[in-house]
Write a protein that binds this ligand. Structure first.
Ligand SMILES: [Zn+2]
Length: 296
């Protein structure tokens, strides 16, 4: 029997994949800012030496042409006002793994850490992502402002509302997937079974929360009909299974590797590689590939 397709947005997409914490802090500020500039060359106007801060700073341009100055502090990208409270914020980067984390490789300590990280308490009191950089990039300081930047596209035969800045890379992802279906049977099955593709979903954020990349309209959820009779998302599984992280990879629905490759080639990470796995989720984060390459 067909399963009902539940609310399609993984609204609290968390990434617990932080395999290089010390290296993030040790990353020279200029290198970190250059990674971001390479990933977002049109938005980051320049990287300058700030004599007051006595370090390098980034100047990003807003949609209205204003400049926002951001500083690098211990792996975080912050405004001058945020610096005194830098402990409240999460690192700007995390390593993007080559492979999924296999539950067979998890020890008790790792499992306990994951449970703590995903507890209600940690979600309420833990560090948050500073929204300033991405708000500037995508004109997302309010629902009204970002909705002027959205566009309707066709993607894998579905209509989606996406940020105008990802329309082109997404079109290239589609072209690549369509090309592969000619010779790849898994891709043909994926396209045949595809039930939905969803992107934009605005959500206000509170202090204790981080903005989902669906709010920026740069994350795409792809779901197969009946979820391929498998499990798709850690947070849905957690409702009935506290050991959700131990669900074997074979029981999780995964897009074909060829599809993941097509997304990754255009700067989209796949949520299936997060320790807090979200296998329907792709997100435009070209800087994470560049960071991972830089620290490897
Ligand atoms: Zn998602």
């Amino acid at each position: 029997m067909r399963k009902i397709i539940l609310p399609l947005f993984c609204l609290f997409c968390l990434s617990a994949t932080v395999p290089y914490p010390t290296r993030i802090k040790d990353l020279p500020s200029k290198t970190a800012l250059e990674i971001l500039q390479k990933a977002y060359p049109n938005e980051i106007k320049e990287i300058v030496y700030d004599y007051k801060w006595k370090d390098w700073a980034m100047i990003a341009e807003t949609y209205s042409g204003d400049s926002v100055r951001l500083f690098w502090k211990e792996g975080k990208l912050l405004t001058e006002e945020q610096i005194p409270e830098s402990h409240k914020y999460r690192s700007q980067f995390y390593g993007y793994p080559k492979k999924m984390k296999d539950p067979a490789d998890m020890d008790d300590r790792y499992i306990a850490e994951l449970k703590t990280h995903t507890s209600k308490e940690a979600r309420k009191n833990g560090a948050v992502s500073s929204p300033v950089f991405f708000d500037t990039l995508y004109d997302a300081r309010s629902q009204e402002s970002i909705e002027k930047r959205l566009t309707r596209v066709s993607f894998l035969g579905r209509r989606m509302t996406v940020h105008e800045k990802i329309a082109e890379p997404l079109a290239r992802v589609e072209k690549s997937i369509y090309r592969k279906r000619i010779w790849n049977a898994d891709v043909r099955v994926f396209l045949h079974d595809l039930a939905s593709c969803d992107c934009y979903h605005w959500r206000e954020i509170r202090d204790s929360n981080s903005r989902s990349f669906h709010s920026y309209a740069v994350a795409v959820d792809v779901l197969p009909e009946g979820w391929g009779n498998k499990i798709v998302y850690w947070n849905w599984e957690r409702n009935r299974n506290p050991d959700w992280m131990l669900v074997p990879i074979s029981k999780r629905w995964c897009p074909p590797q060829a599809v993941i490759d097509s997304f990754e080639a255009e700067g989209f990470i796949w949520g299936g590689k997060w320790a807090i796995w979200d296998n329907m989720h792709f997100e435009y984060r070209p800087e994470l590939f560049l960071f991972t390459e830089a620290v490897r």
